[in-house]
Structure formats: C-alpha cells, structure tokens
Write a protein that binds this ligand. Structure first.
Ligand code: GRG
Length: 312
C-alpha cells in the first residue's frame, strides 16, 4: 500500500487520494463495528426510563469519528483494535454526554441533534442532565472495568486522559469560556482557546488513548497529540463553515445557529475562503506529524482529509 506522496515531506496533500486504500469501505466497516459495540455496551441499566434516555442519544447515529480515531491510532502503533473498543465506546459516550448537555436550554438551547429532537425535548431537562451524567460515569466504567487484555498501567493512563478531557482542562473549561464570551467580540486567540478545549481536546484524547492501549512510545503519543491538534481545529473551522453553508436537514442539527446567536466563528473572523484555506493548512500539518509511519498511517491520513472535506 503506497500513498501518492507529493509534498516535500512525502506527506500526501489534503484531498489527494491515497493509492490502494479504500477509505469508504474502511469507514463503513469501522462504523458497523462501533455501532455494534455501542449497542452491546448498554447493559440492563435501571431504571428503565434512564436507560431509554441514554440509548436514545447514544444510538442516534452520528459520524462516530471519535471511536474510529481511537481504533485507528491503536492499530497504527501495532495494537489490537478490539482491545481499544471499550475505550472507543467510552469516548463516544463522553461525546454524546457533551452534546446532550450542550443542547440544554441553559447552554446552547437546541431542539435538533443527529436528525432527531434533542434529548431534553423528548425526556425533559432533568432526565437529559441525568442521562448525560450516567453516560459520563459509564465511560469510566467501560475503560476501568470492561477492558480486557490491556495492561493495567495503560488503562490508568487512559483514565487520566478521559478525566482531563471531561473536566476544566477540556470540555468544561472550553464550554465555560464559550458561555462567558456570548454577545462579546472575541479575538482569534480566544476563539482558538475555546475550540482547542471544546473540540480538539476530545479528538486528542481519542488518538492518544488508542495509542496508549496499543503500547505507543512517548514520542508516538506526542506525534498523536500534534496530529489531533491540527485535525481538531480544522474540524471546528469546518463546523463553523457548515453552519453557514449547509442545511439543517443535511447537518441533522440546526444550521445558521452561530449567526442567530451572534457567535464569533472562523468565517466571521477570517472570511469563508480564508477559513477553508486555514482548515487545509491545519490538516496538512496534522498529516505531517504522521510521517514516521509512512503508508501504515493511511487510515489516520484519510480521516484527516475527511475532517476537512466532510459535508455534515
Ligand atoms: C458535563 C463533563 C461535562 C461536560 C460538558 C457541554 C459541554 C461540557 C461541552 C460542549 C462540548 C461540545 C458540544 C463541543 C462541540 C463539538 C462538536 C463540533 C460536536 C459535533 O461533533 P460531530 O459533528 O457530531 O462529530 P456527530 O453527531 O457526528 O457525532
């Protein structure tokens, strides 16, 4: 399997097809595995009403980018992806929790997510908060109790990554600054702070956790962090672009929300085309971090391109 390498570093440019790698088939297969594992992850939770609210959002579809990044990173460093599946599920649980909480009236106040009414619209605010809380706790259970075949010291490191990303240094910190900036002029530095914490941090936790489970060296983990910072910011830039260019129907969430809420976004600060250019630059930098792995990195290289080219 050889990538079509044309850049000076031998890293394929964003959008450049990777020879002999069928990304569509890879993505389909990975999504099917993740969906099955997510479905199986929900045990006989009681009370039934809580179980229903948790399942409603967890099994509502979504791109499943985070668990797939985790599995791909594990495989890249020579690990067995099945060992990383409980962690991949845990990361999707944390992501889903953050979406449920983000959609609440006290936060972003949205009523459409993944093409369906938001959790609180169906089950009420209190149940939505509790379903999110239960998914967060369940995520830690997945790693600490349900992972098999992984040395305990690796799992302890993964638990540390998950704790950091779901607390003040990650999602919560990013969300607080985002809320505090509502209705204010925000500079690029602050915007980047928000999205490094709200979006990039979780993508980083995905590849770092997968790599740790696969037995990565410190240098390999560092390369993963660099890769994830790039794709994380690019992901958010594209998210901001799609908010103004795509429909709610395609996105499965309310389009045009940023404009309506007068939010500072990359297109607002930089303009639409410069935002696209910046996203491609970030993806190029992210891909360069994977250079040591050469063709073995094809899934993560293709996932980086997908982040920049996605339409939902
Ligand atoms: C309560 C511990 C705790 C944390 C919650 C609410 C909150 C703190 C943080 C908000 C984080 C957030 C919702 C960031 C937005 C990230 C983003 C762009 C999500 C969309 O991801 P996609 O497009 O969604 O991958 P799908 O549905 O495809 O999975």
């Amino acid at each position: 399997m050889t990538a079509t390498a044309t850049s000076p570093e031998g890293v394929p440019s964003p959008g450049e097809p990777l020879r002999d790698f069928d990304f569509k088939a890879y993505l389909n297969q990975a999504r099917q595995r993740v969906e099955a594992a997510l479905d199986a992850s929900m045990g006989p939770e009681r009370p039934e009403s809580l179980r229903e609210a948790m399942r409603y959002s967890l099994l509502a579809g979504g791109k499943r980018l985070r668990p797939i990044l985790c599995l791909a990173a594990c495989e890249l460093v020579g690990g067995d992806a099945s060992h990383a599946m409980p962690t991949a599920v845990a990361l999707e649980m944390i992501h889903t929790m953050s979406l449920i909480h983000d959609d609440l009236p006290a936060m972003d106040n949205d009523d459409l997510r993944r093409g369906r009414p938001t959790n609180h619209k169906v089950y009420g605010d209190a149940m939505a908060i509790l379903a999110g809380d239960a998914l967060l706790s369940r995520a830690f259970e997945m790693v600490a109790v349900r992972s098999a075949g992984v040395p305990a010291e690796r799992l302890v490191k993964v638990v540390g990554e998950l704790a950091l990303v779901s607390g003040a240094p990650g999602l919560v910190g990013g969300q607080v600054v985002d809320l505090e900036c509502e209705g204010k002029q925000v500079d690029l530095e602050t915007l980047e702070y928000i999205h490094l914490h709200k979006t990039a941090a979780l993508l980083k936790a995905c590849v770092v956790s997968g790599a740790l489970i696969g037995g990565a060296s410190d240098a390999q983990v560092q390369a993963m962090r660099t890769y994830a910072n790039g794709i994380g910011l690019a992901f958010q830039i594209v998210d901001d672009i799609l908010d103004v260019t795509a429909s709610s129907e395609v996105l499965g969430k309310t389009a045009g929300k940023d404009l309506l809420a007068d939010k500072t976004t990359y297109p607002k600060l930089l303009g639409l085309e410069p935002s696209r250019t910046r996203a491609l630059e970030l993806v190029r930098e992210a891909k360069a971090a994977l250079h040591p792995w050469k063709d073995k990195a094809q899934p993560l290289l293709a996932l980086a391109d997908y982040v920049a080219s996605r339409d939902r």
